[in-house]
Design a protein around this ligand. Sequence first.
Ligand code: ZN
Length: 452
Amino acid sequence: MPTLLAKNALVVATLDDERREIPDGAIFARDGVIEQVGPSVSLPQTADEVLDLTGHVVIPGLVNTHHHFYQTLTRAVPDAQNKELFDWLVTLYPIWARITPEGIRVSAKLAAAELALSGCTTASDHLYLFPNGSRLDDEIEAVQEVGLRFHASRGSMSLGASHGGLPPDSLVEDEDAILADCQRVIETYHDNARYAMLRITVAPCSPFSVTQDLMREAAALARAYPGVRLHTHLAETRPDVQYSLDQFGLLPGEYAEDVGWIGDDCWHAHCVHLSPDAIALFGRTGTGVAHCPGSNARLASGISPVVEMLRAGVPVGLGVDGSASNDSSHLLNEARLAMLFQRVKGDPAALTARQALELATLGGARVLGRDDIGALKPGMAADFVAFDVRGIDYAGALHDPVAALLFCASTNAAFNVTHGRVIVREGRLASLEIEPLIERHNALARALLSGD
Ligand code: ZN
């Protein structure tokens, strides 16, 4: 059983029950699980692998709760730069319809690499379109190569434009085929054990792209398997709320309740325009929210009432959202945006740096239904990241290096340890060469946009 010692950190922010921050801290792990956390002098002095983290801040690995990896192929598309959600989607759907299985694999690898470099150790992805023979298996394979802990969502769209939905008919699937494939990927991949590296989520895309029948049947299917969670988009924009009122006569929270998507096994992306009643309902039932501030600003969707949600006891995690609306997969930066945007309404203490860090770690873990990640203490997975704070970005802020990670410009992690394995070392991915990956990714992006 291999051991790992990370020592001499400037500070280890544990996010444990006492929220201890340990100066000159160290972590000792065995076989991917933390055995000890404390001052460097009090821990074992050697291990199979030793990382000297002098000058680094160590935090729990960040947890991403909402993303669409394939969208890295369509960042900053000129026609979609200045549009709100529905127009933005309608602009991009025909481009996405040309994505190939190789496009899914390469974009997933790139997004996973970008997340790993930005301090993420657990990622969730929501893949809801499967053009040209693409499968969820394509992205699972790619993420495993990078080494992230992964929650793969088998998304879906079934309601095409000819039936009142938003996506073109060419991008939607038959509902029986969707449910059969959800069952296939659950039975092939889902691991409900503690420290699992791969879990499956069932995730019809949104109220305006699937039927209520599919929502109900998807929930029943997921709930037949222990640990399989439910994920979708909800209340993202005002037109999204209006669609729900027009089509179903229900506000988004009422719609979620009506189709059985309330409970501590569900999490909803965005929830920018959730009513006070729905916030209370989510809080009472432990229904989770993936807060995506960068995407919400980019598409002018609004600012999610995160402070009100936290007050009501709603589990809230962070998501970078798809890379066509961010246009980045930098999770530390997303935590920074979360902190800044909650202050815009006039309260400079609305969300502190440490609260933002908590959303990005413990909050995300809770939203994904995990009690084995999100904090650094014995018995938790050895998922942690280290940021070198000796550079120009953090100069003048080292009286509080933990807060500096959130307040100062967001840098990449120097080290990323996921399940005791070093997947980023001195700022470089351990498992793959990034340059050829970027080159292939850019060639695929060019071909997609030109329609070749
Ligand atoms: Zn999304």
